[in-house]
Ligand binder design. Structure first.
Ligand code: HH2
Length: 291
């Protein structure tokens, strides 16, 4: 395993050389593509088990929608949504559980219930988050966004979106490291759809290698997002599967390694094929060519 491909999450080492799929479990009433579908302990547990069976390498549980314009959910409500589900998942899944939260108080409780990864779409905006992650040994997703989900789509002016996102994530990586979180526990995400307009998302996916050059695996979350709908004749979120698959495979070929999606089975199959082809290509370059 190459060190730059390894992601350490509470003592487990995930090898991102083979692309990983992070399956989305939203226990929210209002997420943009699946709000309300997995609310309730039984529905959430069944969904988590299905994601794992379909080939998810990580299950990402979220209790707050971060869609454009979403109002913040009070911490108490986020905890009320997440904790019973995390409790039910303890010992039930072989794969690591990640928690999609911006709040240190939520991350702390979730980690106490066995979660392995903090997926922080605000890249440590909560001043207490670095210590919570550091002390738990958890993995950390640092994602780029501007402002908050409520305000982010009013903030779309970039001189060079790729350079600015890389530089902001570099700064976040250094802040986290200065707070005592080892680099090998972190992965970087350009934040598809977070303070980005359509083409900016495309540029970021196509330049995943620029982010990868910071030395950590790159995570992309293109699943069912509106930039795909715009390229698919206005397809609604539940008709964006092929666009999601295309974005993941393209992102993989451009250097991304972890894919946060709702449609795990299809993306897993597509990435397995893309990975096999890419491995065969590197084998041919290395192998002696028989005459
Ligand atoms: N996207 C969403 C939520 N969390 N985390 C990371 N690291 N990267 C992403 O791109 C990302 C994320 C938004 O998608 P979803 O969870 O489906 O919707 P909602 O925020 O409405 O719950």
């Amino acid at each position: 395993m190459r060190e730059a491909d390894e992601w350490e999450v509470r003592g487990r080492v995930l090898d991102t050389h083979r692309p990983l799929v992070m399956g989305v479990l939203n226990v929210t009433p209002d997420s943009f593509s699946d709000g309300g579908r997995f609310v309730g302990r039984d529905a959430a547990l069944r969904r988590a088990e299905l994601l794992a069976r379909e080939g998810a390498d990580i299950v990402d549980v979220g209790g707050e929608s971060t869609r454009p314009g979403a109002r913040p959910v009070p911490v108490g409500e986020e905890l009320r949504r997440m904790l019973p589900v995390l409790d039910d998942l303890q010992g039930r899944l072989d794969v690591p559980v990640s928690v999609d939260t911006r709040r240190a108080a939520v991350a702390r409780e979730a980690l106490a219930m066995g979660a392995h990864i903090v997926n922080d779409v605000s890249a440590l905006a909560d001043a207490d988050m670095p210590a919570v992650v550091r002390d738990s040994g958890a993995g950390l997703v640092l994602m780029h966004m501007r402002g908050t989900p409520e305000t982010m789509q009013r903030n779309l002016e970039y001189h060079d979106v790729v350079a600015e996102v890389v530089s902001a994530l570099h700064a976040a990586l250094e802040r986290a490291e200065a707070a005592g979180i080892p680099r090998r526990r972190m992965v970087l995400d350009p934040g598809i759809g977070f303070a980005k307009a359509g083409t900016q998302n495309l540029r970021l996916i196509a330049n995943s290698r620029a982010l990868r050059a910071l030395g950590r695996p790159v995570l992309l979350g293109p699943g069912r997002k509106s930039f795909l709908g715009a390229l698919m004749g206005g397809a609604p979120p539940d008709r964006r599967l092929m666009g999601t698959v295309a974005a993941c495979v393209t992102g993989f070929l451009y250097g991304a390694r972890i894919f946060r999606v709702h449609d795990v089975a299809a993306v897993r199959q597509a990435l397995d094929v893309a990975h096999a082809i890419s491995e065969a290509g590197s084998f041919r370059q290395q192998a002696a060519v028989p005459c």
